[in-house]
Design a binder for this molecule. Structure first.
Ligand SMILES: *Cc1c(COP(=O)(O)O)cnc(C)c1O
Length: 226
């Protein structure tokens, strides 16, 4: 389904006069065969939530795939993430950022990172609080082996559409503030929108949507990855 989803995304972007966003294929819990199918259809960027599961897949897929960690990252896993991933979109604290920078091989390109923002201030949810964001942005920009590319947000699940849209608009405003705060950083990525809300995200300025279900089908309810 990758090719269809990609076409639909482009068609919508054209219709609403927005630049076409990048499409991240979220392959968590899906088998290697499904990822290979998406690859044949043109997918190159894949999102994974679980480090161990991703490491197994990374070995089996072609070298030109670009791997994004989009799930929570504990400090005992930063070494393998710095070694095997290209992007971390779920960065939300300085301690993890420092470890990733120290552990990234200088022979490799910098690790590309987005700061995850807890845009709705939800309890028990990952992400930097909006009021702490600029401080973290400044500090991450000083780390030599990281390249800060932007922000990633996941609005409150199952909220009414207008609420989700308001969250996306706040994220876009925060992203503009970051660009002004660190004009020399390569900030070009506002990662927002998933299978159920990508149209609203695009309307509000998303430059990367992360889609699992729309490309690979539903994940079994109640299992990891929901
Ligand atoms: C699982 C997941 C997605 C994809 O969700 P779908 O609704 O299946 O498109 C996107 N982003 C993150 C951070 C996820 O964990």
């Amino acid at each position: 389904m990758y090719a269809e989803v990609f076409r639909e995304l482009r068609g919508y972007a054209e219709a609403v006069h927005k630049p076409s966003p990048r499409l991240l294929a979220v392959s968590k819990t899906k088998p290697v065969t499904a990822i290979q199918q998406a690859y044949r259809e043109g997918a190159r960027e894949f999102g994974e939530n679980y480090v161990q599961e991703a490491l197994e897949k990374i070995q089996l897929l072609p070298r030109d795939c670009v791997w994004h960690l989009i799930g929570p990252l504990q400090s005992n896993k930063t070494g393998s993430v710095a070694e095997h991933f290209d992007w971390v979109q779920s960065l939300d604290r300085l301690k993890i950022a420092r470890r990733l920078s120290e552990q990234r091989d200088p022979a490799k390109a910098a690790l590309q990172v987005c700061i995850e923002v807890n845009i709705d201030g939800e309890a028990n949810k990952a992400g930097c609080r909006p009021e702490k964001l600029l401080e973290l942005v400044h500090k991450v920009c000083q780390l030599p082996r990281l390249a800060l590319r932007g922000l990633m947000v996941i609005p409150r699940l199952n909220a009414p559409q207008e609420q989700t849209r308001a969250s996306f608009l706040r994220a876009a405003a925060l992203f503009s503030q970051c660009k002004i705060a660190v004009p020399d950083a390569p900030l070009d990525t506002l990662s927002m929108g998933m299978s159920g809300d990508w149209r609203s995200a695009l309307d509000c300025g998303s430059s990367m949507v992360r889609m699992g279900t729309a490309i690979f089908g539903a994940r079994p309810p109640g299992q990891r990855g929901q």
